[in-house]
Write a protein that binds this ligand. Structure first.
Ligand code: ZN
Ligand code: FE
Length: 254
């Protein structure tokens, strides 16, 4: 029943993840941006692909979907929010939980970066695949949704158990932490994490996955209610959503 995770890199800064269950031998890959990198990762582990879960319609997450499906005959699950990604066998919405190798999977709709964004949460595995919604000390750019909508989406993720392990789809951490320090300079947890990130990146190591509790303490996009950040932004009495919008705007121009 135990789940095993294997993250692999592709393109300049993308991550895919394989999730494998021993007893059934089933393996799912999160997103389909690079068939070669995925097959290499499968070979390395000796796993065979049975499913693909797609987070959103962007090319770096979907461009090799049809090729992978043709080669493996895997089941392809993805969002049912109007983006009509070709090759999906099952288009689903939040609320339509499904099962993977005896584990209940909760799809969470987190529009903002795109309107179709779907994150996948496995409660008994204490793991979330956050796509391009939540990054390590960052969040996705607002290509399709408003800041208000993205803030609502992030709040859904913030309400998960704090020990949830989070796999996101990009290694943007070094740039994110530099920005985070500009809006939250006195945060000691953030300062310490900045040093850790620098040492990991010096040797080319991944900063992903992360844990929700660590993000809540250091990710400025989850900290719109924090007094020190509000004071830094001169927004002591603003709504959380407006503080979030200001942080997002500053990051866009950073
Ligand atoms: Zn994207
Ligand atoms: Fe992406």
């Amino acid at each position: 029943m135990a789940l095993h995770f294997h993250q692999f890199a592709y393109r300049s800064d993308n991550y895919g993840v394989l999730v494998h269950e021993d007893e059934t031998g089933e393996t799912v890959c999160i997103d389909a941006g690079d068939a070669d990198a995925m097959f290499e990762a499968l070979d390395e582990k000796g796993w065979r692909l049975s499913e693909l879960w797609i987070t959103h319609h962007h090319g770096d997450h979907t461009s090799h979907l049809l090729e992978i499906k043709e080669k493996t005959e895997c089941l392809v699950i993805g969002p049912d929010y109007g983006s009509s990604i070709s090759g999906l066998d099952k288009a689903i919405k939040e609320g339509e939980n499904f099962e993977f190798a005896g584990h209940n999977v909760t799809p969470i709709h987190t529009p903002g970066h795109t309107m179709d964004m779907l994150n996948y949460y496995i409660e008994d595995g204490k793991v979330l695949f956050s796509g391009d919604t939540l990054f390590v000390m960052g969040c996705g750019r607002l290509f399709e949704g408003s800041a208000e909508l993205m803030w609502q989406s992030l709040q859904k993720l913030m309400s998960l158990p704090e020990d949830t392990i989070i796999y996101c789809a990009h290694e943007y951490t070094q740039a994110n932490v530099t920005f985070a320090l500009s809006v939250d300079p006195e945060n000691e947890a953030l300062q310490n994490r900045s040093e850790l990130v620098a040492s990991l990146r010096r040797t080319g190591e991944s900063t992903v996955p992360t844990m929700l509790s660590i993000e809540l303490a250091t990710n400025p996009f989850l900290r719109a209610g924090d007094q020190a950040i509000r004071s830094q932004l001169n927004m002591m009495d603003a709504e959380d959503a407006d503080v979030f919008a200001e942080i997002r705007k500053r990051k866009d121009n950073f």
